[in-house]
Design a protein around this ligand. Structure first.
Ligand code: DP6
Length: 309
């Protein structure tokens, strides 16, 4: 009645920002992501006759209600003790619900002795957090409906993802609330969703062709359009800090100097730069020099969620 699983967080190049069903966490448009090797979460689930569910995240007690929704959907009635640890080399605001819920789905089903397909596990992880659906298959993953699927393995393309940690300061509005507020109040939201529907097939074509300047530019545009949508919400959602903007300018300068690097930004201040592996050190060095950037993590593509012995 006990199992441990590991999963990697993912970064989306075509973003999920809008739900067509708030209860089932179904997306309005498809998204494309890649799992990141250094952003790994390990989760242990123990099932039993405990007084209540408990969830410990990096040694802090957290509310287990989202985890319970996932367990209920899997048909797991016993109480759960969940211990989740982020093995990130920095503590600076990169905690990820995607890797956590993906690892939880795999560990909980194993602890309960349930045999589930990869598709079913992805669909369960989705009930914790939409983006977690993509961390179950890992690699390059597409999520359009109930579950996500791997479209290319991590070995498809030797890219690097330089995460510039641009944080500190008060906590942002989380993705769940930010996404809902944007859909309900942004006058640009329909245009954003229509854009994602055009971006996904184009991104898949560029990914298959390993066209870095095409895919990098598309990912940067897609992220800036997501933020344009969020900025247009009422009240506005401004996730950026000064170093976020400085990173985007630095990437533009690198490109002008012949180094291909493009940025993407989730619902927070950090910038993830996409580049070829041969350029990763130069991109990392440039981002590290920006005032307010507290750390830079170099990641490579990673695989899916798996059970640990
Ligand atoms: C900006 O998956 O965290 O990172 O489904 O409400 O839990 P919920 O949201 P979540 O949203 C991720 C938003 C994003 C874009 C992306 O990862 O596609």
């Amino acid at each position: 009645m006990k199992a441990t699983a590991a999963a990697h967080a993912n970064i989306a190049l075509v973003k999920y920002w809008g739900k067509r069903d708030d209860a089932l966490l179904l997306p309005e448009a498809g998204s494309l992501s890649v799992a990141l090797d250094k952003l790994r979460t390990t989760t242990t689930v123990e099932l039993g006759d405990f007084a209540a569910d408990t969830l410990t995240l990096d040694s802090r007690e957290e509310n287990p209600s989202r985890a319970r929704a996932l367990l209920d959907a899997a048909g797991i009635r016993q109480r759960a003790r969940i211990d989740s640890r982020n093995e990130f080399p920095t503590a600076a605001g990169l905690a990820s619900s995607a890797s956590g819920f993906a690892a939880l789905a795999v560990a909980a089903c194993a602890a309960a002795g349930l045999r589930k397909s990869a598709e079913q596990l992805s669909s369960l992880a989705r009930l914790g957090s939409g983006s977690a659906a993509r961390s179950v298959p890992g690699g390059w993953a597409v999520w359009e409906d109930e579950s996500a699927r791997q479209v290319f393995p991590p070995s498809h393309w030797d890219l690097r993802f330089c995460i510039a940690v641009c944080s500190s300061g008060p906590k942002q509005v989380g993705s769940r609330d930010g996404m809902r507020a944007t859909r309900e109040t942004s006058p640009y939201h329909a245009a954003w969703i229509a854009q994602c529907r055009r971006d996904l097939p184009e991104a898949l074509r560029l990914l298959a062709a390993r066209d870095l300047s095409g895919l990098g530019a598309l990912a940067e545009r897609n992220a800036l359009r997501m933020h344009a949508d969020a900025l247009a919400a009422d009240p506005p959602l401004l996730y950026w800090h000064p170093p976020t903007v400085a990173c985007l300018h630095a990437l533009g300068e690198l490109r002008a100097g012949g180094i291909g690097a493009w940025g993407t930004i989730d619902a927070g201040p950090h910038v993830v730069a996409i580049c070829a592996s041969r350029d990763a050190d130069r991109v990392g060095t440039r981002l590290r020099a920006i005032p307010g950037v507290v750390d830079v993590l170099l990641c490579a593509p990673a695989g899916g969620a798996r059970l640990l012995p």
